[in-house]
Design a protein around this ligand. Structure first.
Ligand code: PMP
Length: 290
């Protein structure tokens, strides 16, 4: 039996229901986190919670529970579902309100936590690298929606994902409205040229990925690399020796092809291989929760 933590109670999965008047559903008004558990520990839990509470603050949503209460609830949900290695989804919705947009007519935000098994990318993609496309649809500009908000409204990314699916691949690179590389529909992006690793600056309008930060601050330095934040167009990626993606679900994964262009050798590059190995080593040796 699976359990969902819902507004302070652990309830069987089939009984976890959200009202049709919840603005999370009516308007995508809310925020969420995707988090991984490895060996019963929760990778970068504190960083995910900090981003969640920042998302909530940026949408003027006052969470119904504090940081420690949510942390305890996440651990309780993982335990209740007997999850050692899995995926956790934490969601704050605006709550039940009237049919108008007015967020402050929703007195109590909804809170729920799901802990489940995770569907991973096939292991061979970590050797071969992933094929991706460049989406035609640009990323919503920062001026319209601050990408630090991991909001419940993912239609911009979903429609770019549909472009990927229609092209027969799993991910799409999204450019911003100035034509600069931003990120993918559910992953951040990096490139390697010579001994330099670089990734789009947050000013390009990207989610401030937790895995991106882990790679920049811990994984790459441990492998002897610094990572630069930069602003660049798609040609720079096409000319790179290696391109790789980072994300909670994907971890670190190489890109073999962008549209019709082969990247580097067309297989996972040497730098990416070292980063993947270091990432996996850290998870195996205790999975940092901070
Ligand atoms: N960009 C977007 C748009 C995302 O949705 C995600 C998370 N799936 C990422 C990047 C990667 O972020 P994180 O490493 O925090 O999972």
């Amino acid at each position: 039996m699976s359990y969902i933590w819902h507004d302070g109670k652990m309830v069987p999965k089939d009984e976890a229901m959200v009202s049709v008047f919840d603005h999370g559903l009516l308007y995508g008004d809310g925020c969420f986190e995707g988090i991984r558990a490895y060996g019963g520990r929760i990778l970068k839990l504190k960083t995910h919670l900090a981003r969640m509470f920042e998302s909530a603050a940026l949408i003027h949503l006052k969470p119904a529970y504090d940081f420690e209460e949510i942390e305890d609830a996440i651990r309780a949900t993982v335990d209740a579902n007997g999850i050692e290695d899995g995926y956790i989804r934490l969601v704050f919705t605006r709550g039940v309100g009237t049919l108008g947009l007015h967020p402050f007519r929703c007195p109590t935000p909804g809170t729920f936590i799901i802990a489940d098994r995770i569907q991973l990318y096939p292991e061979e993609l970590y050797e071969e690298g992933m094929k991706v496309i460049v989406a035609k649809r640009p990323r919503i500009p920062i001026e319209c929606l601050d990408p630090r908000i991991k909001s419940l409204n993912y239609l911009n990314n979903i429609l770019a994902k549909v472009e990927a699916i229609e092209a027969g691949v799993l991910e799409a690179i999204m450019l911003n409205t100035d034509g600069q590389v931003a990120e993918c529909t559910g992953d951040n992006i990096f490139a390697v040229k010579g001994d330099r690793i670089f990734t789009p600056a947050t000013s390009t309008g990207i989610l401030h990925g937790v895995t991106r930060r882990f790679v920049m601050r811990e994984i790459a330095p441990a492998c002897g690399f610094e990572v630069d934040e930069d602003v660049f167009g798609i040609e720079t990626l096409l000319e790179a020796d290696e391109v790789f993606l980072t994300g909670t679900a994907a971890e670190v994964i190489g890109v073999s092809r962008i549209d019709d262009s082969v990247i580097g050798t067309g297989r996972m590059g040497e730098v990416t291989r070292r980063l993947v190995a270091e990432f996996r080593r850290r998870i195996a040796e205790g999975c940092p929760e901070d």
